[in-house]
Design a protein around this ligand. Structure first.
Ligand code: UT7
Length: 330
């Protein structure tokens, strides 16, 4: 699978830490020093997972130089779809990707990596030639804006990668490891509400709806700084790659302290750690492709560059992938 195009779809409105501190008891100094976040995008009334995902997918398609009818698979990694039955088909339809099968995949902040690996399996098996993998979340729908421990962290956004079949020797998915541990799932949840409605004698039916995001921040922080280096190390060893061979470290953008801690564990200089959470905060499934798109477009990531990636979050779920960027055909 070759990585040949990328694109982003971001909400227009940006909210600074100072603006947020007018809504909830927080301040710019706390947010910046504890997380590295300076502002975040929040979807307006005319924006949604479908519209942002579509913008990202169209940009990736254009970047790759494909026609929409060339796409065989549209995979949308999201935990906040517009429609629980799936938002990927809406994007596929609006894009005009008439030959593509489209579905959602949920693995929270690890979702993009899980979806990219899934697309890789379809491509390697020969079932699919060209795929668009989108990571999109609109967690502003699901945060409790009165809970300062969580609402300052998240932002909305979407980004996509265009990937296609290639000779095995050129495969841009150099290696991967994916992990889940539901036993620790309670530390970060977006659970259904506990409300039931009388149905018939002896049976109440569940009422649909979700409670806001709840997170044990310290537990998740400890999980990330323990498991991310472990899974990355396993991947590097398994693929015979030295950390010094990585052109870039591209981690899920949750907290600058996590990025720094992981980089330090591998002796990777901070200049080679990609970070944009100062502008966007944690956009969940979108962080990795959003960061990649920015770094490709500003020329930091060049064709042939090797990226050590890791996603982690609710589930709990985590994983790592070694990706080689190829870019569009010249
Ligand atoms: O994408 C999913 C993955 N998620 C993550 O990776 C998140 C991982 N966790 C973290 O990034 C950090 O744990 C947080 C940024 C969420 C919190 O940082 P922390 O250094 O662990 O802070 P804390 O929760 O221990 O809170 C320290 C203090 C508390 O006050 P007291 O009890 O010491 O008086 C909090 O009430 O900071 C207070 N606090 C705040 N103060 C101002 C918590 N949130 C805020 C806030 N503004 N927004």
């Amino acid at each position: 699978m070759a990585l040949v195009g990328c694109g982003s779809g971001l909400p227009a409105a940006s909210i600074s830490n100072d603006q947020l501190s007018e809504r909830v008891d927080t301040n710019d100094d706390w947010i910046r020093s504890r997380t590295g976040i300076g502002s975040r995008r929040v979807a307006g009334a005319d924006e949604s997972i479908t519209s942002l995902g579509l913008k990202a997918a169209q940009a990736a398609l254009d970047h790759a130089g494909w026609q929409a009818s060339d796409v065989d698979l549209v995979l949308l990694a999201t935990s906040s779809p517009d429609d629980l039955f799936g938002s990927a088909p809406r994007i596929q339809g609006a894009l005009g990707a008439i030959h593509a099968v489209a579905f959602d995949l949920t693995a929270a902040c690890s979702g993009f990596l899980f979806a990219l690996v899934t697309a890789g399996q379809y491509i390697r098996s020969g079932t699919v030639r060209r795929a668009l993998v989108i990571g999109a979340d609109q967690l502003s729908r699901w945060v409790d804006w009165d809970d300062r421990r969580t609402c300052v962290l998240f932002g909305d956004g979407a980004a996509a990668l265009a990937v296609e079949a290639c000779p095995a020797a050129d495969d841009g998915l150099v290696g991967f490891r994916l992990r889940s541990d539901g036993r620790r799932g309670d530390s970060l949840t977006l659970n259904q509400i506990e409300q039931r409605t009388p149905l018939v004698q002896g049976l109440d039916a569940q009422v649909g709806g979700f409670t806001p995001i709840r997170m044990n921040g310290q537990e998740v922080f400890k999980f990330a700084v323990r498991e991310v280096p472990a899974v990355l190390r396993e991947l590097l060893e398994g693929t015979g790659t030295d950390a010094a061979d990585l052109d870039w470290l591209l981690l899920h953008q949750a907290n600058q302290r996590i990025l720094d801690a992981v980089a330090d564990r591998f002796g990777i200089p901070h200049e080679r750690v990609l970070s944009n959470l100062v502008h966007y905060g944690n956009t969940s499934a979108a962080t990795i492709p959003l960061m990649l798109d920015e770094a490709v477009r500003d020329g930091r990531v060049q064709p042939g560059h090797l990226l050590g990636c890791s996603g982690f979050g609710a589930g709990l779920s985590w994983g790592a992938a070694l990706l080689r960027w190829r870019g569009p055909a010249a």
